[in-house]
Write a protein that binds this ligand. Structure first.
Ligand code: UD1
Length: 417
């Protein structure tokens, strides 16, 4: 099993490119099914979750091949199935996103229930009730979802909470529904705007993404296109936090501050100097960071839950105490025990975690508990004295193309063994 060896204590200095966004490419790969055509996806990150999506597409009879480093060619003309096996569903928890696309394309779908994940239960009730609103019949007995929708019909769907996955799933299903679908209470994440842009490039009529109301005029035949995926805001947040915590000066090419302004606001409050323009984001961290006002995770444009562990790691050596409140997932503090092995002072009580900065952290053997928790261990290790080994890095590979390569470009002493 691979592991990362990190020698901490030195400041970062350098430039790195930001990979394409994991949370954009996954729904876009599902959306390729709507086209019955060829799609060229540029800036496609090489991730374990992307491989899992490619497996699903191939299992359904589609073709997918890499051209060069980050261009993926997908041809969905030969689709000949509408069922995704349990084995493939288990490879990636967000595979439920295929449901809306398969239903729209085939009029039926059979998927196993995604079940829980490292972050706690992962219900898809909002996905299912929205699809039922569009006319799908769904039988979810025995852990398998049998869905039938000979004719999906557009209408207003109200989401009781702004679920990213449900919004995306319903946008895809709505493309195959006759008439207009309006999703109110929609999630507003930048990745939903990226999905809208992709669908528009394929000829769909979608509007409103980025606001709480998304409209889809369905029933139009979609065609293939060439599309470049947006940069990954959480990968960018990770490297900003790495520089904030280890100190130094870095530049992240392609990162867009407008996508992570809540994260950069907190880093500025902690004492970093951050400048950005169309080319990317520069971050300089010269002194010991300060504690910041409470950080509460919330749907976009609030502070992203995916950056909670990473920011926590950056503040472990800050002056003072910072309160975190995790409001999105029930089990999202599993990295805390691992950070404690490195000398972190964190107390968890329900949704809250209080981080009291310590003067020193020390390297330790640690293991990843989940994707962003794993990235947080790397951020902490860079600011720790001595050597840290990070095990179970398969979690990190789900969302980072090559975290060791990127951090080395930024001057870190990190190798994959
Ligand atoms: C997406 C992101 C993930 C991020 C999360 C929240 C992808 C591939 N993943 O996940 O990285 O952490 O948004 O920003 O884009 N919920 C329900 N019922 C549902 C659906 C969701 O109760 O039917 C709840 C969830 O349990 C959770 C909250 O809603 O507490 C937000 O989940 P959601 O926005 O759906 O997250 P994902 O789309 O799974």
């Amino acid at each position: 099993m691979s592991q990362l060896r990190i020698r901490g204590g030195s400041r970062l200095q350098g430039e790195a490119d930001i990979q394409g966004a994991k949370n954009s490419i996954l729904p876009i790969l599902a959306a390729t099914l709507l086209t019955a055509d060829q799609v060229e996806l540029r800036g496609c990150p090489r991730l374990r979750d992307v491989d899992a999506s490619i497996h699903i597409l191939r299992d359904l009879g589609c073709r997918a091949r890499w051209e060069g480093e980050n261009t993926l060619l997908v041809d969905t003309r030969a689709l000949d199935g509408c069922a995704v096996s349990e084995r493939l569903m288990r490879e990636m928890r967000s595979s439920a996103i295929f449901l809306g696309a398969i239903l729209a394309r085939c009029g039926q779908a059979e998927l196993s229930y995604p079940g829980g994940c490292e972050l706690g239960p992962r219900p898809i009730d909002l996905h299912l009730s929205g699809l039922r609103d569009l006319g799908a019949e769904i039988d979810d007995a025995g852990g398998v979802l049998h869905c039938k929708a000979p004719r999906l019909k557009g209408r207003e769907i109200v989401l009781s909470l702004p679920s990213v996955g449900a919004t995306e799933n319903l946008m895809l299903a709505a493309c195959g529904a006759s008439g207009v679908t309006t999703i109110t209470g929609a999630a507003q994440e930048p990745e939903i705007v990226d999905l809208q842009n992709f669908l528009s490039a394929c000829g769909a009529r979608v509007s409103g993404a980025g606001s709480s109301t998304v409209s889809v005029e369905g029933g139009r035949p979609l065609h293939g296109c060439t599309y470049t995926v947006m940069p990954d805001r959480i990968a960018a947040a990770t490297y900003l936090c790495a520089a904030a915590s280890a100190g130094g000066e870095i530049f992240l090419r392609g990162a867009r501050e407008e996508h992570l302004s809540t994260v950069t606001a907190v880093l500025r409050e902690a004492g970093c100097s951050i400048l950005s323009d169309a080319a990317g984001i520069a971050c300089a961290s010269r002194d010991r960071l300060s504690a910041v006002r409470p950080v509460r995770t919330a749907p976009y444009p609030g502070f992203p839950t995916d950056a909670q562990a990473i920011l926590m790691a950056a503040l472990l050596k800050s002056r003072g105490a910072t309160v975190f409140e995790e409001n999105m997932f029930s089990s999202r503090y599993r990295h805390v025990d691992e950070l404690s092995r490195m000398g972190a002072d964190i107390r968890v009580s329900g949704r809250a975690a209080v981080v009291t900065g310590t003067e020193r952290l020390h390297g330790a053997p640690v293991r990843c508990t989940d994707l962003r928790g794993g990235a947080a261990l790397c951020v902490a290790a860079l600011a720790a004295e001595g050597e840290t080994t990070v095990r179970e890095i398969g979690h990190i590979d789900r969302g980072y193309e090559d975290i060791a390569r990127d951090l080395r470009r930024l001057g870190a002493d990190i190798v994959r063994l």
